[in-house]
Design a protein around this ligand. Sequence first.
Ligand code: C2E
Ligand code: MG
Ligand code: MG
Ligand code: MG
Length: 280
Amino acid sequence: TTIQKVKQEGGGMIASLSQSEHDKLSRSIQIEKRLLEALNHRDLHVMYLPQKDLESDKITAVEALVRWEDEVLGVISPEELIPIAEETGLINEIGTFILEKCCEQAAIWHSKGFPIKVSFNSSIREFRDKNMVKTIRKVLEKYDCPPEALQIEFTEKFALEAEAEKSIIQQMQTLQQDGVTFVLDDFGTGYASLRYLQLLPISQLKIDKSFISSLLQQEKLQQLVQGLIQFGHSLSLRVVAEGVESAEQFSLLKQIGCDALQGYYISRPISTREVENLLN
Ligand code: C2E
Ligand code: MG
Ligand code: MG
Ligand code: MG
């Protein structure tokens, strides 16, 4: 990537960049600088996206989503932030910060009588850290959070790379034995072989929102999604759909067998207080 190249080859290569590459690079560098500052001041936030279980008709999980509004740069979306954080290695610090929030909140909710799961989005770079299991165990212990309350989401791109990295698979298996569950996020969008389904400890498939948005207009898509649900069930996996924005999508997905749903129709990402209102 460009940032890495510049760091290796020095400033000399900047001269060879096109204008748009140059703009992109300087924005990345600026974001990296401000992000360091934000991490030092613990200035990142988390919003929680509720997930509704269709059997009980209750919110049984929430997904933690990072939020950052910088004084200078304004709101930086996760779509811009996460790739830069992954590239620069700051994802490990962001991850630990979000993980702490997840476990702290999950423990609070459990102690208040709401045994919901809190989902954490992970990047493969975090699992390349040989201390990932240790870190997660330490954070769980610090907040007295039951491991069963923590879910870890990863993408097919992560899965494809993890297939070749034994130590990542081992760390995931160890966490699963502890009681932590794993979710395959954005299912259906990657280029992965399906071998990872056998290799990695997955309990849940989350069908990507790109399948859901035109579900009602395209019959083929309905058949495809129904097939994905049956596929998941045949592997004893829970199947969730994300990006549900309308009542029609909600009832169709329920009818074709989804186990749980997420999306603006159920709720936007909300604060901890709003989550509690919803649970009450
Ligand atoms: P994701 O994990 O697939 O999260 C779902 C994204 O879809 C979120 O965007 C969420 O706000 C949005 N969304 C939820 N319901 C709806 C809906 O009904 N319609 C539409 N159009 N969108 C909906 P967000 O928060 O911008 O996050 C984007 C991606 O950034 C996430 O995709 C995840 O891959 C990544 N991300 C977010 N927070 C973190 C984090 O703390 N760590 C890591 N590593 N990645 C994160
Ligand atoms: Mg996710
Ligand atoms: Mg997703
Ligand atoms: Mg996504």
